[in-house]
Design a protein around this ligand. Structure first.
Ligand code: GCU
Length: 426
């Protein structure tokens, strides 16, 4: 009897343990365990036909864009939205006299219930039409610089572990808190403008944030409805907002609107790619540590997974994306094809070796596998399949580096982006 009870206890414990193992997600950081995977070929269309010319690529491109919309990010509503651009302040001696600083509110005329999208624009003084880096920020325009004249954002903010926000509102302590990520003086001195806006103006970044943002009014028959398979997600909304800032930039005579670079870090890097893919007016794209569902291959089992991103951030993507959680190999696309949709425009993908969650090698491969598409335009993309050592920028029309250090935007990254812009965009 004792023996039987002992066996029963062991059996029960084993079942529990096994169940625990089965439900416990496993994140792989071991290159030897990545395994094999088969990537879809960007140059084979859905009918199985090889794409050999630019004209054939044009229709394959439309097809791929649609596949990403239907399966990953959701469909961006096509309806035109009436905008009013209201310049609320101009300071011609910003940054110690180096720059002109403008604040512009983009007002959604037909939706007065929505907050405006508040754009902060720095322009180098005494220059005619300049190229511009356009990137959304994580914590309000007041946090990208210490300049006191920038109003503190009154929008919803994530509550951190410090006193930079209280009750989901920014405090004065937040001023300049991400200035290191935005070396505005350096950018201005190199002859570029910088345009930024708080991503939360478009949609606060939490599962019910859409109720306060653009998705509450725009979208199929059920705006914001996360159950509709291909309704757009928050990344779609942020990308859409980048295009609305570009609408404004096209009206500003100080800007060279043919040279607007879509830039973003991390989740905003995912949005920066999606913006560049959907809106051909962007002259180039820079994706800093955009990781899973950004530049990194989804089928490569390393770091963050599709299942994990869909679980932690259910509002970022369309509902159908979640159906691939446990069957990534069934996705009709992978992220190298998303990056290929930027071609023939210049593209920069960057990683950090302390950010294995984003899968640097997967980001590199995402960039490297765009090569045949750039070749259709007679361009060399990355020009190599060899993963470079740290701090070794590589590539031609497509560039890549794996910086030492953590998940962040550092001066090192900007040095490369400015050189890239000088050589390929200007
Ligand atoms: C999380 C998320 C990433 C994302 C990152 C960020 O780590 O898992 O996918 O890129 O946040 O936006 O900082």
């Amino acid at each position: 009897m004792a023996r039987f009870l002992f066996c029963l206890a062991v059996a029960l414990l084993t079942v529990q343990f096994t169940n625990g193992q089965a439900t416990e997600p496993v994140y792989n950081y071991d290159e030897t365990k990545v395994g094999t995977y088969i990537l879809p070929n960007a140059l084979i269309n859905s009918k199985g036909k090889a794409v050999k010319t630019r004209a054939e690529w044009a229709s394959r491109r439309t097809e791929l864009r649609q596949l990403f919309a239907e399966n990953v990010y959701g469909k961006t509503p096509k309806q035109a939205v009436r905008l009013r651009f209201q310049t609320t302040s101009v300071d011609s001696s910003a940054l110690n006299g180096l720059a002109i600083r403008k604040l512009i509110s983009i007002i959604f005329v037909d939706y007065p219930q929505l907050p405006p999208l508040d754009v902060l624009l720095y322009l180098p003084k005494g220059q005619r039409t300049v190229p511009v880096f356009l990137g959304l920020n994580f914590c309000g325009n007041h946090c990208v610089t210490t300049e006191a004249a920038i109003p503190l954002s009154t929008r919803w903010m994530v509550n951190g572990n410090d006193d930079t926000s209280l009750n989901n509102k920014a405090t004065e302590k937040a001023r300049g808190m991400q200035a290191r990520r935005w070396p505005i003086t350096t950018i201005i001195k190199r002859g570029y403008a910088l345009a930024t806006a708080y991503y939360g103006d478009l949609e606060p970044d939490h599962p019910t944030g859409w109720r306060m943002g653009i998705r509450s009014v725009l979208g199929a028959s059920t705006p914001g409805d996360s159950t509709k398979a291909d309704n757009w997600g928050a990344i779609g909304a942020w990308a859409w907002g980048m295009s609305r800032i570009l609408d404004y930039l096209q009206t500003d005579p100080a800007i060279d609107a043919k040279r607007v670079i879509s830039f973003g870090h991390s989740r905003i890097g995912k949005a920066a790619i999606w913006a560049g893919v959907q809106d051909d007016r962007f002259a180039a794209v820079i994706a800093n540590e955009s990781g899973e569902s950004g530049a990194a291959l989804s089928r490569r089992w390393y770091g963050e997974t599709v299942e994990r991103i869909n679980t932690s951030f259910p509002h970022w993507f369309c509902a159908r994306y979640k159906t691939y959680n446990k069957r990534v190999a069934d996705l009709p696309v992978d992220q190298h094809e998303l990056l290929a949709l930027i071609a023939p425009r210049p593209l920069y993908v960057a990683s950090a070796d302390g950010d294995q969650w984003s899968d640097p090698k997967g980001e590199f491969l995402g960039a490297a596998y765009t090569e045949p598409v750039y070749a259709l335009y007679g361009k060399v993309g990355l020009g190599t399949m060899t993963f470079p050592a740290v701090n070794q920028p590589i590539g031609q029309t497509v560039r890549y580096h794996d910086r030492t250090g953590k998940h962040d935007v550092m001066d090192y990254d900007w040095e490369q982006y400015l050189r890239f812009a000088d050589e390929l965009v200007r």
